[in-house]
Design a protein around this ligand. Structure first.
Ligand SMILES: C[S@@+](CC[C@H](N)C(=O)[O-])C[C@H]1O[C@@H](n2cnc3c(N)ncnc32)[C@H](O)[C@@H]1O
Length: 320
């Protein structure tokens, strides 16, 4: 970015400098981006200090450095999606129907599993509503971020991140990509946290070690499209549910897998909604509610580009 600016003619540079001098924000774009990157770096350094709090890094297939770098770069954005007020409406669209359904279907204290929990906001909110929650997430970076959010939230503190630092496309104004976001946007309680257990392993492997029929509900949010073999996920969900237990799902079928995995992936099934729902009933579920919810995912609200997913929401009861 700096090089591109320096390659401009003297005239053009003067003109740009004049525009910046006339706008509220007088520093130039590369400097502001540098500063935003430093804010993100500080956030990541703080997470680094939490590493001893995580018992083990779960991924057994080592990732190439490029894949890790991409996950680190996206982490502030993922944290903002779950813990920033910028993403409040995005979260409410798909999380609220899950809370309502759980409240309607299950008594307080019921056991809920949330696989693919990300930075654990949904899992925390379910625990805050009185349920006993187990979250499963294999991305240690997201779990570090979750641990940091809990530590800050308990103290009513916030930290600053600049998730859009490198997004120079689709800005409405000069400072859109460097604006700060403060996280977490929620106060937390020890009481709610005491009802949340976090498991930092892969879902299918973890399910093998859990007792069968342990949960009253399994909640999958933007998760069913993270596997090449959704049948395998479905079978594990069935194994973990009590008879009469509920599967609540919300998310699109935007199939995506770790692209740079060092172990080969099994061939992808990638069912469409019709096939998927037939499979749900074939596996012994009765679908009590089904609807579509349009929502962005990690959509920067101030961007000129918005991608909406048509999410499949359903609540289905097993074995009734
Ligand atoms: C698209 S994100 C959704 C996060 C969160 N549920 C939400 O609604 O915002 C999917 C998450 O699932 C995790 N994940 C994907 N496959 C997994 C697996 N097999 N076991 C555990 N976690 C997995 C990813 O690391 C990622 O954090």
């Amino acid at each position: 970015m700096r090089q591109s600016l320096e390659s401009l003619s003297e005239d053009d540079r003067e003109w740009l400098a004049r525009i910046h001098a006339e706008s509220e924000n007088r520093s130039d774009l590369p400097d502001r981006v540098d500063q935003a990157i430093r804010v993100n770096q500080n956030f990541l350094y703080d997470l680094d200090r939490l590493i001893p709090a995580i018992t083990r890094f779960p991924r057994e297939d080592p990732e190439p450095a490029g894949a890790i770098a991409a996950r680190v770069r996206l982490l502030p954005w993922a944290v903002a999606r779950e813990w920033g007020s910028d993403f409040n409406s995005e979260r409410e669209l798909t999380y609220q129907p899950i809370y309502w359904k759980l409240k309607e279907l299950l008594p307080a204290g019921a056991k809920v599993l949330v696989p693919g929990a990300g930075c654990c906001r949904l899992a925390y909110e379910i625990a805050a509503r009185g349920f006993e929650v187990t979250a499963i997430e294999f991305d240690a970076l997201k779990l570090l971020a979750a641990a940091q959010m809990f530590a800050l939230g308990l103290e009513s503190l916030q930290t600053e991140i600049r998730p859009y630092a490198l997004e120079t496309c689709n800005r409405m104004s000069a400072s859109d990509n460097t604006r700060p976001i403060y996280v977490p946007d929620a106060l937390m309680t020890d009481n709610a946290l005491s009802r949340l257990t976090i498991n930092g392993n892969e879902f299918v492997e973890t399910a093998r070690t859990m007792g069968s029929g342990e949960f009253d509900a399994v909640v999958t949010s933007f998760f069913m499209d993270t596997t090449t073999t959704s049948d395998l996920y479905m079978n594990k969900i069935i194994g973990l549910l009590k008879p009469g237990g509920w599967w609540i799902n919300c998310g699109p079928f935007n199939y995506h897998y770790p692209s740079e995995k060092t172990v080969p992936l099994p061939p992808a099934q990638e069912p469409n909604v019709e096939e998927f729902m037939l499979n749900v009933t074939r596996h012994g579920f009765t679908v009590a509610e089904r609807m579509e919810i349009d929502s962005t995912y990690m959509g920067n609200p101030s961007s000129m580009m918005q991608t909406k997913y048509r999410c499949l929401f359903f609540a289905a009861q097993f074995g009734q």
